[in-house]
Design a protein around this ligand. Structure first.
Ligand code: ZN
Length: 327
C-alpha cells in the first residue's frame, strides 16, 4: 500500500484563529520527530493565502513578522528534508485583514468558486507562486479549503494554466451544504485513483486531472460518542494542540452522533484510533493508495501517539510516500 499522510497546514477560521505556535509550529514539529525517527515523509497542503497576508501586514506588526519567519522557515525545512509541499487554498484571506490584535475574517466568499473566473485565476497563480518561490520545487497538487471545489468547471482553466493537475479533496460519499460549505461526492467512483476532466466526482479516463481521493471509512455514532466523552475525561491526552476554534458547521455533530456516517481517514484527535482498521479495510478492497488527512492544529497527544504506532507498525511492510515521490 502507498500511504500518504497529508496535513492541511493552517490556523483556525472560527471565532478564535489561535496562535501560529500552537496551531502550526509545535504540532508540525511533533510530526517531524516521527518522520525522522522512522525515515518517512509527509505531504503538507499549505494555506498559501495566509502566507501572502502575513507578508502584506508584517512590516507593520512585529508579531506578524515573527509568525511569517516561523512558518516560512518551517516550510523550507520541511521541503529541504523531503516532505512534500503542495497547494491548499482558503480564498477568504482575500477579504480578511489584521486589526493589530487578531485576524478579522470575512467568510462570505469562503469557497474558491464564490469568486469570478478572473479572480480565481489570479488567486490560483499567486497562491501557487508563493509556494514555488519558497521551496523552489514544483507545486502540482491541490486540496480544496473545506473540500469545496464544485462546480469545478469554474476552476478548471485556472488549474490547467497553472499546471495543477492533481487533486486530493474528494472522499467517497462525503456531502455537506451550509452557509459556507458545499460539496457532494456521493457519485464519485469507489476507487483509490482515477482521472477526471470536468468534475472531480466524475471519472474520465482521458481527463487532464488525476484524483487521489482522501480515503474514507464508515463510522458508527458510538465512536463519536466515545470521542466526545473521552475528550471531557482526559483533556490532556485528547484536547487538540491548536488553541483556536473551528468554523461552525451546523448539523455536522448531530449527524455524526446519531447515525452511521462516511468519514475521511484522519489523524485529527481520536480519529487516529482507526488508522490500522482503515488500512485493513482498504487492503481488503485491493486498493493500492491510502490517503490520510490531518491538521496540525487538530492533532492531540493521543493522535500523535497513534500515528507513531501506525508508522512503526507499517513502515517496513508498506510504502509511506508523498505526491512528488510517487507521481
Ligand atoms: Zn483548510
Amino acid at each position: 500500500m502507498n500511504i500518504y499522510i497529508t496535513l492541511d497546514y493552517e490556523l483556525y477560521f472560527g471565532e478564535k484563529h489561535g496562535t501560529v505556535y500552537k496551531c502550526i509550529i509545535f504540532p508540525t514539529n511533533e510530526l517531524i520527530k516521527i518522520a525522522e525517527k522512522y525515515n518517512v515523509r509527509f505531504t503538507f497542503f499549505i494555506d498559501a493565502g495566509f502566507l501572502l497576508k502575513l507578508d502584506e501586514f508584517r512590516s507593520k506588526y512585529p508579531t506578524l513578522e515573527e509568525d511569517y519567519k516561523a512558518v516560512t522557515e518551517q516550510i523550507k525545512y520541511l521541503s529541504e528534508t523531503g516532505h512534500d509541499i503542495q497547494l491548499h487554498i482558503h480564498p477568504h484571506w482575500e477579504d480578511s485583514y489584521y486589526n493589530g490584535l487578531n485576524w478579522i475574517f470575512d467568510l462570505k466568499r469562503y469557497k474558491l468558486v464564490d469568486f469570478n473566473e478572473i479572480e480565481i485565476e489570479d488567486i490560483v497563480a499567486k497562491y501557487k507562486k508563493v509556494l514555488t518561490d519558497l521551496t523552489g520545487k514544483k507545486i502540482f497538487a491541490y486540496r480544496a479549503g473545506g473540500w469545496c471545489l464544485q462546480p469545478f468547471g469554474k476552476l478548471k482553466s485556472a488549474f490547467i494554466k497553472n499546471e495543477i493537475s492533481f487533486d486530493s479533496s474528494v472522499f467517497k460519499n462525503g456531502f455537506y451544504t451550509s452557509n459556507h460549505y458545499s460539496y457532494d461526492f456521493r457519485s464519485a467512483p469507489d476507487k483509490d485513483l482515477y482521472r477526471f476532466e470536468e468534475e472531480p466526482e466524475i471519472e474520465n479516463t482521458i481527463g487532464y486531472f488525476t484524483e487521489l481521493p482522501i480515503s474514507a471509512i464508515k463510522n458508527s455514532p458510538l465512536f463519536f460518542w466515545k470521542l466526545f466523552l473521552l475528550g471531557r475525561k482526559n483533556p490532556y491526552l485528547h484536547k487538540p494542540l491548536g488553541d483556536g476554534i473551528a468554523m461552525p458547521a451546523p448539523g455536522q455533530r448531530k449527524k455524526m452522533l446519531s447515525r452511521y456516517t462516511n468519514c475521511t481517514v484522519c489523524i485529527d484527535g481520536y480519529n487516529a484510533k482507526l488508522l490500522q482498521k482503515a488500512l485493513m479495510q482498504l487492503q481488503k478492497k485491493k486498493f493500492k493508495q491510502m490517503v490520510v488527512i490531518g491538521h496540525p492544529k487538530a492533532l492531540s497527544r493521543y493522535s500523535i501517539q497513534k500515528l507513531e504506532e501506525f508508522v512503526n507498525k507499517n513502515c517496513n511492510k508498506n510504502n509511506f510516500t508523498t505526491f512528488t515521490k510517487n507521481f
